[in-house]
Design a protein around this ligand. Sequence first.
Ligand code: SF4
Length: 350
Amino acid sequence: MERLSLEEVVAEAREALGSDLLILAHHYQRDEIVEAADCRGDSLELSRKAAASEARWIVFCGVHFMAETAAILAKDGQRVLIPRVDAGCFLAHTVDYPSLVELWRRLGEVMDPDAEVLPVAYVNTTADVKAFVGKKGGACCTSSSAEAVLRWAFSQRYKVLFVPDQYLGRNTARRLGIPEEEIAVWDPRRPPDRMDTFARARLILWRGTCNVHVRFLPEDVRRAREEHPGVRVVVHPECRPEVVELADEVGSTSYIIETVSSSPPGSIWAVGTEERLVARLAKENPDKEIFSLAEVPPFCSYMSLTRPGDLAAVLEGLLEDKAENVVEVPPEIRAPAREALERMLAITRR
Ligand code: SF4
């Protein structure tokens, strides 16, 4: 039997399911996937879209924690499907529930963590990590809401634990004016014998990084400036603080898109984020010179897993009344994880 193209399957699914179908795609997805989606966005935009949608089927083209977040926020009767269940995230894999419980136990040696520390989880975490944070009264954040959420967290407690992106945590701490000596980094693979540093710290960071954004180095910024006079450098806040310090602009994926797209014709941009997004920005802004900040542009291999055939297979399943790759979150995890996410949405709505 002749196989239909992704475009044909999408058209058929839209025709059959109408407003019961919503296809979301993250900016780092392949072009064919982004073009097939109803909406593209970064994590915050997509979680807002998912939360506001009435569609019965939400097909989430991104990585697993994003689809899980949509499933946590979904209304009764809504189901979230992911074309590739194996699409993980290097950063999200650096923290899990047992290692968070262990940190809390160790903090208990020098303080009462339940009374003194408020946890904040970047959305790039599994549902059970979000649930831990929700149970302790904390909130989630995205790269665009990290500053507002951390500010809120410090208004609630004297100490804050931020997981798992140490660079996003440190870059945000700098914007809030938290001095270096008040920051401590917890390495779950090499826990210290003594907890004195953590007793003194105001901000405790988890030792996690994104494999993509960690690749940008200070020498990349210097080289871009030497080779491209007049260049502006814009980077994501998951980049190393040394890189963020040298950049002209720092912000979330949406901020990067907005800043570059709205710049005058002839502008030159070196962009420190995932390569697929940089290449699309260059294609959509032919009146500007746009390129990756790195010599070897890094791309996210997990985001690249979703191919047109994977999205088509999920949609064909729906057309045959078979929901495949449904993302399920057990109710005892979903409720506290949702609390943490709703706190974030409430803080960013203010
Ligand atoms: S780019 Fe980094 S943070 Fe985003 S999904 Fe890939 S590994 Fe995770």
